[in-house]
Ligand binder design. Structure first.
Ligand SMILES: Nc1ncnc2c1ncn2[C@@H]1O[C@H](COP(=O)(O)OP(=O)(O)OP(=O)(O)O)[C@@H](O)[C@H]1O
Ligand SMILES: [Mg+2]
Length: 250
């Protein structure tokens, strides 16, 4: 059974149809990367799967239960099981790193302050930034901010983590670092990772499976090697000849 089962997901903004009957399965324990052109609806899909956006039609099942149409209160429960690294990765600039990372622990759990402090310490160590609890987000580099945002997303120890462009705007060293971190968390926290990225090299390097969104639906899914060798014209065009050579060589 899939952890997430999305069927017939449809979303339009006015006359602009973004998703038109999208189906996707996400399996427990996998790293799956959603790829597709800018504006193809990748972020919309993640937001619908977290109940942050109402679809016009279709169903989403999470761990065997239909979550479409849940009340806000029920969504709050569901969301505790999902960590999200938003595309914008906004930290609360008025709060220090400790308060940012512990935010959901304070809001959503009955953990004591000592337990929370311990969890924040462990989580900052997991993302390679031990001991920066007292720092202010404005004093951190872009790469550090991303990693603090990641620590905040996983502090509650979610079962699934959504990453929307985890490495956007980072230099190559930090891109590699964030991707390694993602795989490290996948192992150490035993989560399912759903990644959205334009970085095909990273996508092919870290994923068990990829899904290509095109024209509002999933045009292809498969292991990286399978997509790389696919004859499907949509897949071939999206990857492109030059990138195909790069990926084959890497
Ligand atoms: N609240 C909204 N109102 C109107 N249009 C929206 C809204 N949110 C998203 N859209 C449109 O839906 C389409 C899909 O948006 P989405 O953010 O999912 O794209 P994306 O695949 O994540 O793109 P990118 O790779 O650039 O992040 C875009 O054309 C966007 O302009
Ligand atoms: Mg997006």
């Amino acid at each position: 059974m899939a952890l997430f089962e999305v069927r017939g997901l449809t979303k339009a903004f006015g006359r602009h149809v973004v998703l038109s009957g999208l189906d996707i399965d996400i399996f427990a324990g996998e790293v799956i990367t959603i790829i597709g052109e800018s504006g193809s609806g990748k972020s919309i899909l993640l937001k619908a799967m977290m109940g942050l956006l109402d679809a016009d039609a279709g169903t989403i099942r999470f761990d065997g239960e239909e979550v479409t149409g849940q009340t806000e209160r029920e969504w709050t429960q569901t969301r505790r099981r999902i960590g999200m690294l938003f595309q914008e990765s906004a930290l609360f600039d008025s709060l220090n790193v400790y308060d940012n990372v512990s935010y959901a622990l304070q809001e959503q759990t009955t953990m004591t302050e000592d337990e929370i402090a311990q969890r924040v310490e462990e989580t900052l160590a997991l993302v390679g930034l031990p001991g920066i609890e007292h720092m202010s987000p404005s004093d951190l580099s872009g790469g550090m901010r991303k990693r603090v945002a990641l620590a905040r997303a996983v502090a509650v120890r979610p079962e699934v983590v959504f990453y929307d462009e985890p490495a956007e705007g980072l230099d190559p060293i930090n891109v590699t670092r964030v991707n390694r971190l993602l795989l490290g968390l996948q192992k150490s926290l035993n989560v399912t990772s759903v990644v959205v990225t334009h970085n095909l090299k990273a996508a092919f390097a870290i994923s068990d499976r990829l899904a290509l969104i095109h024209d509002g639906a999933v045009a292809a899914t498969g292991a990286p090697e399978a997509l790389l060798e696919s004859d499907d014209p949509v897949v071939r065009e999206f990857i492109g000849d030059r990138m195909r050579r790069v990926l084959r060589a890497s």
